[in-house]
Write a protein that binds this ligand. Structure first.
Ligand SMILES: [Zn+2]
Length: 341
């Protein structure tokens, strides 16, 4: 955990009484004004669990879950710390469409510092809060831009992280990427990111609320047998090569170096067989790079170009496919995972 010593942006406050919370989530959001951390007293006051939401302002499922859970008035098993982080980005019109405030860093890429700008102060303050609370577990709730089943992400597939994941889904993605995400910086308790599904999808909102209710409600989180959670190692990142253009369409457009089907995300978490067409190219060169943890390009092992088609050279399982060309260009198109036994 980073020792930041910066701000007290996120002082813990007692949660308001359920009856005083606006029943409309948007009214509730705009009433907050900035990042909040609320503590709800549990049956066992010596222990604390943390849920963080809205590190990304365009990923509302966790926020909607916390709002519904707070309004339910259900007493948690242990003290519940409810963090709603990037309230300002989320509330910016149109609501829930801004990942971050314009000209500010991505909060969930800022947990390795620096901690001296606006985003860094929120990140540092959140790390201090988690450490000071001596939490026994942390769940950080996110949405994807593509279709996905709910899954957990963590830095090691420990039994605790798999048990936290099992409250929400059946897959755990073992990430070795150093992105500056919250889950990489928390080392005082088991922490997972949960991607509950696509933003704006009712099913994703339901997964978040169901999981939060169980996370705060269980007397013991880490007892019993290991849950049936599949562990997927995330070794490679598929990116459009520098200087190449990308469009999403159902047929080759000829207007871009790479055309990918706009429903590619239906392959998320499924094996794409060898020989499958995954897109179209313009000039016979492979416009897609595939980079492993050491930065080596493995594209030639996985993809081949036949005529104007981009073909799977061997079977692979993609996850986190985005159907948004802009996000694909600025970040990555998808990851390729291997199942770990
Ligand atoms: Zn996110």
């Amino acid at each position: 955990m980073a020792a930041t010593g910066v701000s007290h942006l996120l002082d813990v406050r007692d949660a308001p009484a359920p009856t005083t919370l606006a029943d409309n989530p948007l009214t509730f959001l705009t009433s907050l004004g900035g990042p909040v951390a609320w503590r709800v007293p549990g049956r066992d006051r010596r222990r604390v669990r943390v849920v963080t939401t809205l590190l990304h302002g365009n990923e509302p499922s966790g926020f909607l879950a916390l709002h519904a859970w707070l309004r339910s008035g259900i007493q948690p098993a242990v003290d519940a710390l409810c963090v709603i982080a990037n309230v300002e980005a989320a509330a910016l019109h149109p609501v829930f469409t801004h990942r971050s405030l314009p000209r500010q860093r991505d909060l969930n890429r800022s947990f390795h510092g620096p901690f001296d700008d606006a985003t860094g102060r929120v990140a540092g303050s959140l790390l201090e809060l988690i450490e000071a609370s001596r939490a026994e577990a942390l769940v950080d709730l996110h949405n994807n831009t593509g279709r996905n089943p709910a899954y957990g992400v963590g830095i090691q597939p420990t039994p605790e992280r798999l048990q936290l994941t099992a409250l929400f889904g059946r897959d755990f993605v073992w990430s070795r990427l150093a992105l500056g995400a919250l889950l990489e910086a928390v080392d005082t308790c088991p922490a997972v990111t949960i991607e509950v599904g696509k933003s704006g999808d009712d099913a994703a909102d339901a997964v978040a609320l169901d999981g939060v209710t169980r996370f705060f409600g269980a007397d013991r989180l880490f007892s019993g047998a290991l849950p049936p959670v599949r562990v997927l190692e995330m070794p490679m990142r598929a990116r459009v090569r520098q200087g190449c253009s990308l469009v999403m369409a159902q047929q080759p457009t000829g207007s871009a170096d790479l055309t990918m089907p706009d429903d590619l995300d239906r392959h998320n978490f499924q094996t794409v067989p060898a020989g499958s067409r995954i897109g179209w190219t313009r000039d016979g060169a492979c416009p897609l790079g595939l980079f492993d943890a050491e930065g080596r390009d493995r594209a030639a092992d996985y993809f081949e170009v036949r005529g104007n088609e981009l073909i799977a050279h061997r079977p692979f399982m993609p996850i986190m496919i985005t159907a948004d060309a802009q996000i694909a260009m600025s970040d990555c198109l998808f990851y390729i995972v291997h199942e770990v036994s």
